[in-house]
Design a protein around this ligand. Structure first.
Ligand SMILES: Nc1ncnc2c1ncn2[C@@H]1O[C@H](COP(=O)(O)OP(=O)(O)OP(=O)(O)O)[C@@H](O)[C@H]1O
Ligand SMILES: [Mg+2]
Length: 229
């Protein structure tokens, strides 16, 4: 079974006449790491939103681990996301006034785990990300950018997701910081062995992944838009 399976998926933003995404077929196998490349505005974040179930396509099929997301109620979809999908956002999106532990608990509580498990798991994750577990008690807005980044990875992995989605989490970094971020992300992915889809416009990151996918080659809607120009 594929972790991601898309067929004839079309998505149009409300108020727009034309679809932004029209994908005949896209599959990602279990434990595969995929680099999704696309120019700014090509629809990478839109596709990640559909895969995370925060957006729903008007037609077609999108299955994660064999579950058709569109058939779930919004509540079940939220629960499915909490149980199976980890997300690293471009801006990390930590809640600034909560501690690191608070940020991790907020996500973990969603999946119904006992509090003691969450604390143990949080400490363990911080250690594997080379962070002092004492940082659990520090507010997120008192962390360095590099620390925030690692906490964002910890948050995405706390529920042991089968699928990790990352939306350009390196764009704010210089080359050295970017390379160490990528190594860390890939090494912790090796431990959890989850499937990973990483979206970016930056072609030089493709070397870190099993597979490279160009969104323009996948997306018929974009091909149409380009041919108008
Ligand atoms: N909330 C929204 N409402 C309407 N249109 C949107 C919305 N978000 C994005 N779009 C449009 O959808 C298209 C794809 O945007 P998207 O954010 O998915 O691109 P992207 O590949 O992630 O770009 P970037 O690399 O700049 O992050 C763009 O034309 C954008 O204007
Ligand atoms: Mg984007």
């Amino acid at each position: 079974m594929s972790t991601i399976s898309i067929e004839n998926l079309r998505y149009t933003w409300p108020g727009s006449d034309d679809p932004v995404l029209d994908i005949a077929e896209f599959r990602v196998a279990q434990a595969e790491t995929v680099f999704l490349r696309g120019a700014s505005g090509s629809g990478k974040s839109t596709l990640l939103g559909l895969l995370a179930g925060t957006l729903t396509a008007q037609s077609g099929s999108l299955q994660i681990l064999g579950t058709e997301l569109a058939t779930l109620s919004p509540r079940k979809r939220d629960r499915f996301r909490a149980d199976h999908i980890g997300i690293v956002f471009q801006q990390f999106n930590l809640i600034p006034f909560l501690t690191v532990a608070g940020n991790l608990r907020l996500v973990a509580r969603f999946s119904g785990r006992p509090r003691r498990d969450i604390t143990e798991k949080s400490e363990h994750l911080l250690e594997s990300l080379n962070l002092d577990p004492a940082l659990l008690h520090r507010r997120a807005d008192r962390l360095s950018v590099g620390q925030q980044q690692r906490v964002a990875i910890a948050r995405a992995l706390i529920n042991e997701p089968e699928l990790l989605l990352a939306d350009e989490p390196t764009s704010a970094l210089d080359t050295d910081a970017r390379d160490s971020f990528m190594s860390l992300l890939l090494s912790i992915r090796d431990i959890s062995n989850c499937t990973m889809l990483f979206a970016s416009h930056d072609r030089s990151l493709a070397k870190y992944f099993d597979t490279e996918v160009e969104l323009a080659n996948l997306n018929k809607a974009q091909a149409r838009q380009v041919s108008h120009v």
